[in-house]
Design a protein around this ligand. Sequence first.
Ligand SMILES: Nc1nc2c(c(=O)[nH]1)N[C@H]1C(S)=C(S)[C@@H](COP(=O)(O)OP(=O)(O)OC[C@H]3O[C@@H](n4cnc5c(N)ncnc54)[C@H](O)[C@@H]3O)O[C@H]1N2
Ligand code: MOO
Length: 393
Amino acid sequence: MTLLPVAEAQARLLTLARQLPAERLPIAQCAGRWLAEDVLALRSQPWADLSAMDGYAIRAAEWPGPWWIAGESTAGGAVPAPLAPGECCRIFTGAPLPEGADTVLIQEDAAVEHGALNPACAPLAKGRNVRPAASDFQAGQRLLGAGAGLGAAQIALAVLGGHGALSVGGRPRIALLSTGNELVPPGAPVPPGSLPSSNAPMLAAMLGGLACDVTDLGIVPDNLDAMTGALEQAAKADIIVSTGGASVGDHDLVRPAFAKAGGSLDFWKIRMRPGKPLMAGHLGDAVFLGLPGNPVSAFVTAYLFLLPLVRHMAGAAAPFPPASTATLAAPLPATGERDDYLRACRSGNGVVSVTSQDSAATCALAQADCLIVRPARSPAADAGETVTILPLT
Ligand SMILES: Nc1nc2c(c(=O)[nH]1)N[C@H]1C(S)=C(S)[C@@H](COP(=O)(O)OP(=O)(O)OC[C@H]3O[C@@H](n4cnc5c(N)ncnc54)[C@H](O)[C@@H]3O)O[C@H]1N2
Ligand code: MOO
């Protein structure tokens, strides 16, 4: 069976998903969401020519003065009277310049005596220490595009643009299923042959920073009817995620259970290491993602598929993790028939892959802060070569 290239599988996954209906939220609840529509400026910023410093508003052409201090301008105060020739105005940071003024002399460079101002510095260029009206943005300007992520800076911009509420994409509901007779819940006694189930808590943690609601439906035994029932129950969610049982063994029942529940599979088996047995499809309105059971495989496939799927459904225009480059601090062997996503660490000397690349090596995974992406059939690489990386932190 030919293995599907990662980029093709990612694109196909997004076509299975619909973007959720938008909701309008108070701006204080918009952090971490994605805009459902463009945000236009309802006002200009600054609203007038404002002082950037505490000092004196002058007309630069009248340098070196002296000027008579004729009034005062404060942020939030009355609009100051226009300057007559030879006049200046005491002014504070954020306050509007009076008509006729074009420059601000900072108070540290001012000598004031008996109401007269003399400069104690080299001549100032016209416009110095002034923020011109609308120099940040103009009323009507597009401040942020639909699909943009709302972090702290974007929220500040939207508020200054005059908005108190924004239309944002919805929060996908995600149901997690962990399959395997060997699994016991976190913290429970672990009899011989058993294993604490770490995948659902790991996935919940990966999803924790995203706009979504996660329900852990627990551990499902390797039994066709139990798995089918669990999938049917999970189909109320927007995204169903299972881990384990994705491969070809006799007890890997996710595919048959998915079919029995009425699901339609879109793809299975990806040209990547780890993560080959990944599958996706839909069950009713829910998108289904079957991740491999090995913890590292589940982590990498969640990072490359699940998190982008959630971002996409929540309205993100750019749902995939941003790739960058780094210099190898140590050599790497040639890759095989699948693209490698090597767990790696960045340091001042460059990037180095962690000691074990086994799909079950969670100690090594926990040390990694990025993935090195190496296409299938890449030759061995020397220290000093440039590689593509994806940040994990
Ligand atoms: N003959 C073949 N065998 C395997 C192939 C293959 O192509 N041919 N693929 C291998 C690859 S690649 C992977 S990855 C694994 C994935 O298999 P499954 O998705 O079926 O996962 P399981 O067999 O159920 O479990 C694998 C491993 O992970 C442990 N596990 C499962 N769930 C959890 C959990 N919730 N928390 C912690 N650990 C979990 C499980 O105990 C197993 O040790 O298949 C290869 N085999
Ligand atoms: O592809 Mo599996 O995920 O190597 O271990």
